[in-house]
Design a protein around this ligand. Structure first.
Ligand code: CU
Length: 227
């Protein structure tokens, strides 16, 4: 009897603290199509410029995200960034992208715990992989590469990113930059992938850090430019 009570109380404690979507935890996507790739290129006249590229991994599990963002001058971080549900409307207003990509209906009221990425909103990339550090008003350039197992390059599922957008926020949640994800194309699986740092390697002798994505956090390489 006492044993049963202990089990019951442990169960309730666990469910009270578990934050996940109404539809459960996000699924790891293991069948992303080979070679599929999408890029969001930020407007060249914005507070933040650069791009974020989303590509299928070699084994179809997860999506490799390669980010090169520059700017942030005058803005206050740390800066969150997300995949938002809708594309940017023709007028460029980032508010038109609506909320984060959230096919499991988790909501954003409770912050994502990066130790449990399946419980986070699928589009909450900063929640799962870390925010971009504050530039304290200076210009910042950030390269980062990580694998996210819950977003997808597979059309027709809720986690698909290809018809959506990426939004960068200031510390107050304001939307300081946004861009649509558009297709880069599908490489033949037999075509060798470029090796090395890929298309978003920095050009000035520094190298981008690549993280396997196994640990949930991306590594950042941040350069504060003398501007
Ligand atoms: Cu956002």
């Amino acid at each position: 009897m006492q044993f049963k009570l202990l089990i019951a109380s442990a169960f309730f404690a666990a469910s009270a603290s578990a934050i996940t979507g109404k539809l459960g935890d996000a699924a790891v996507i293991t069948d992303n199509p080979a070679g599929a790739s999408y890029v969001a290129t930020l407007p060249s006249n914005g507070t933040v410029t650069g791009s974020a590229k989303f590509s299928s991994t070699g084994n179809g599990t997860g999506v490799e995200v390669s980010i090169d963002f520059k700017g942030f001058k005058g803005a206050t971080g740390p800066y969150a960034y997300h995949v938002h549900d809708q594309p940017v409307p023709a007028d460029g207003n980032c508010n038109g992208t609506l909320a984060h990509l959230d096919p499991y209906q988790r909501g954003q009221a409770d912050p994502c715990d990066p130790k449990y990425p399946a419980t986070c909103e699928v589009g909450d990339l900063a929640g799962k992989h870390g925010k971009i550090p504050n530039s304290n008003g200076s210009t910042l350039e950030v390269y980062l590469v990580f694998v996210d197992n819950y977003i997808s390059t597979k059309r027709g599922i809720g986690a698909f990113v290809g018809n959506r957008s990426i939004v960068i926020h200031n510390s107050a949640g304001g939307r300081i930059a946004c861009a649509n994800l558009t297709t880069v194309g599908v490489r033949s699986p037999s075509t060798p992938s470029p090796s090395g740092g890929g298309p978003i390697s920095p050009s000035s002798g520094a190298s981008a850090l690549t993280v396997s994505g196994l640990f949930g956090f991306a590594a950042f390489m941040v350069a504060v430019l003398a501007l």
